[in-house]
Design a protein around this ligand. Sequence first.
Ligand code: HAM
Length: 413
Amino acid sequence: MISKPKGTLDFLPDDAFKRQHIEKRLREIASLFNYKEIRTPTFEKTELFKRGIGEETDIVSKEMYSFHDSEFTLKPEMTAPVIRSYIENSLYNVAPVTKLYYISNMYRHERPQAGRYREFSQFGAEVIGSNEYIADVELISLGVFFLKSFGLNDLKIKINNIGNLEERAEYIKDLKDYLLKYSVDLSEDSKRRLEKNPLRILDSKNPNDIKILENAPVINEYLGNENKQHFENVLNGLKSLGIDYVTDYKLVRGLDYYTSTTFEIVSDSLGAQNAVLGGGRYDKLIEQLDGKPTPAIGFACGIERLTLVLEASTYEFPEEQSPQLYIVTSGDEARKKAVEISYRLRENGIYCELDLLNRSVKSQMKEANKYKAKYVAVIGEDEIKTNEVKIKRMNDGSESGIKLDEITNYNFN
Ligand code: HAM
């Protein structure tokens, strides 16, 4: 038997229905905040991700699904593609601020585990064109609003400001000097990162690294006035919306394009892969991708992780709608008629079902019950002859008759 590729998921109907429910809510909330949907190709030029995300990041250095000629890569994230599209389609000419959202599949060649897949999907939002703190507050509040709409009130919002490129360069220099003193004790991963990407060491889950980091310099002390003020304004803005957060000066995130604000929303019910949502400012990315200098901020929420959190919470997914009518048939003529009738009912927006297996009346009734059909109509030889059919309401057993040809006029509500 051929099985699905490692790290991928099948969405069987019950799971797909949950996904539809989440996506419907996402779209409703995105439009409350006036974000417009954007869709981009499943694959892009590999160069876009190398320049956008950064060559030394985990994503680009080891997780990309690049085709054998390496020119193209399945998208591991959406921010670089959105910005590519923003520049290519001159969206800056349409409005000074562009607010976009997406729901799309992403691909990363990671070691699969609970909450970490090789194909997964993200809901993301990007605000392009404003460096005002208010854009940060509105964007973060969109993510929080969405999660709270599912009754998830105990998620932790971590927030930081990682400075501009100059502030960060100063910080990295001092961080590296500090870590060099302990380099023999650092984990192998961190030792390797010390040269290429020391900031990533702040993310280490190794207990010894964590201990060493306790007394390391913190980025907050390297922020200039502008970013300090920006950070404070964002925090006050969140406070004024009643959004609780914790500042986390080690939150640097794994993509190189970030500047200034970074944030993550984590859940205790997720285990090691505990980030449900992550994002931040990327004020330099647009010029890095050959656009005009334009500030921007965004986030992405992993929809599979969100589903895991919801399943572990008290949230009740709605039940799928049941058929308004199940047509039970007996005999060839009746079946022929039932196909016609069901088609006409569906044309009139009535959700109905009929037997496709020529089963006994008894097993069709059983199936009607299984589907929790609201009404059942039994069509046999008599009904065909008299052109009359009884419609039975299943919750109280009451019956009323109607002409078969006029069944579309029946009120099935
Ligand atoms: P990211 O932190 O790489 O950021 O991913 C965002 C979210 O996607 C994570 O918090 C997680 O929920 C989900 N996710 C990531 N990798 C996986 C995986 N292998 N399996 C399942 N879920 C996963 C970004 O992608 C940025 N583009 C976010 C952003 C938008 N920043 C600015 N704008």
